[in-house]
Write a protein that binds this ligand. Structure first.
Ligand SMILES: [Zn+2]
Length: 418
């Protein structure tokens, strides 16, 4: 069997949890902007500083964290240990406000870190923010499978603060609405479900409107051939010529045909479909054939619907497409949603032959997440929340299809200001 090694084909493990590392692949493109290069050089410099001095100061760690924040979630994750180092330094100084800020930033990247979830709840109890602490302690108790200091202390603290009056009444904002703007070729039953669930969860009226246009093709990209060629080149480098020749013979592909799109496609199909992981990569490659630019779709939605926002009771517009979307250096996106007008895609949610229930749950959770951004509430730190940042479809599937207390509190505060 001919081998293809993940790392050299630009398919990297994307999940932070070790046990899933092998199973989760995503395509990353190495096109770094100049800014990214500068930031990388900065990290190399700091690594050198770290080797010589062993310990970084608060100021140095602050700089690292600020630079990491500019990298975006995926890349910042590899620096999360430095977020924790910085938090520890603030905790040593008993500077709880700065410690809390940095812990919340860290938990947005690494929500399953029980130690810092617990420290965050300790600080929240100290600040009398019992609702947030309650939510966090429940999370620890429900998920942490080993009985130890963190678990025991969480149970003890939860029993103390549960006696407080936790006010989590339902959300309701009568009179206000958001729009779901539908591109062509969507599954209408999914849109019905999506709009109903958003309406119930957010306590808002949800209206549906047709975009009436196909997705803007501005900056549409096709990465498929490029990816095929990377994979082919990788196997040619990793395998002796006679192994490659035998494989091509088996497939009935001549060397001349390997210069054509169809020949390359057949080769990669046969190569990847030897294993389950390979099959998944093939599915992803099928999606990168026509990826639409998130910015281009948002520009299109803006020109079509911007005037809707002149109505003060209209809080935002979320476009929904069944086509795959990307932006900047991302390989793909579930949603691309600035405040006001944004877009989400359900192309990736059809991967792995999901049941309709699984598919709908994926769409609903993404809808909850995207509508939150359209309304302008921040991402939360609860890993089970529908709005938690998923690194992969597996992480997305593990979440609950409801909003956490933190998001509900943020919404309640927002609704009060309207
Ligand atoms: Zn949340």
């Amino acid at each position: 069997m001919i081998g293809s090694h993940g790392k050299n084909t630009n398919f990297h493990a994307a999940n932070s949890r070790k046990k899933e590392k092998k199973a989760v692949y995503c395509i990353r493109y190495q096109k770094w902007s100049n800014q990214m290069k500068k930031i990388s050089l900065f990290f190399i410099f700091l690594l050198a500083v770290n080797i010589f001095s062993q310990e970084l100061s608060i100021a140095e760690l602050e700089e690292i964290v600020n630079a990491a924040e500019r990298l975006g979630n995926v890349r910042a994750r590899s620096h999360v240990h430095q977020y924790w180092q910085l938090a520890d330094l603030y905790l040593q100084k008993e500077d709880f406000d700065h410690a809390y800020d940095i812990i919340i930033k860290g938990l947005q990247l690494d929500s399953w870190n029980y130690k810092y979830q617990k420290i965050a709840s300790d600080i929240e109890i100290r600040k009398n923010d019992h609702i947030r602490a309650h939510n966090r302690l429940n999370f620890i108790i429900n998920n942490l499978n080993e009985i130890g200091a963190i678990y025991n202390d969480s149970v003890r603290q939860l029993s103390i603060i549960s006696n407080q009056n936790l006010n989590d009444s339902s959300l309701n904002l009568p009179g206000y609405h958001v729009y779901i703007a539908t591109y062509p070729n969507l599954d209408p039953s999914v849109i019905d479900l999506l709009t109903a669930r958003i309406s119930i969860e957010y306590g808002l009226e949800v209206r549906t409107v047709n975009v009436g246009l196909y997705e803007s093709e501005t900056n549409k990209r096709d990465k498929q051939l490029e990816e095929y060629e990377k994979i082919i080149q990788d196997t040619y480098l990793r395998n002796p010529k006679n192994t490659i020749d035998n494989f091509l013979n088996q497939l009935g592909i001549s060397n001349e045909e390997m210069n054509t799109y169809e020949g390359k496609r057949r080769y990669v199909y046969a190569l990847l479909n030897q294993t389950d992981n390979g099959k998944r990569i093939w599915e992803e490659l099928e999606l990168v054939k026509g990826q639409y630019s998130g910015n281009a779709l948002n520009a299109q939605l803006n020109s079509r619907f911007r005037n809707y926002l002149n109505n003060k009771y209209c809080l935002g517009i979320l476009g929904v497409t069944s086509n795959d979307i990307y932006e900047n250096t991302s390989n793909f996106l579930f949603g691309w949603t600035p405040k006001g007008i944004g877009v989400m895609s359900y192309a990736r949610f059809l991967q792995g032959n999901p049941t309709s229930e699984q598919f709908e749950k994926r769409v609903v959770m993404q809808g909850f997440s995207s509508i939150g951004f359209v309304l302008g509430i921040p991402r939360c730190t609860s890993p089970n929340c529908a709005r938690a940042y998923p690194n992969s479809l597996e992480e997305h599937d593990r979440k609950d299809d409801k909003l956490c207390t933190e998001c509900r509190n943020n919404l309640r505060q927002l609704y009060k200001t309207l």
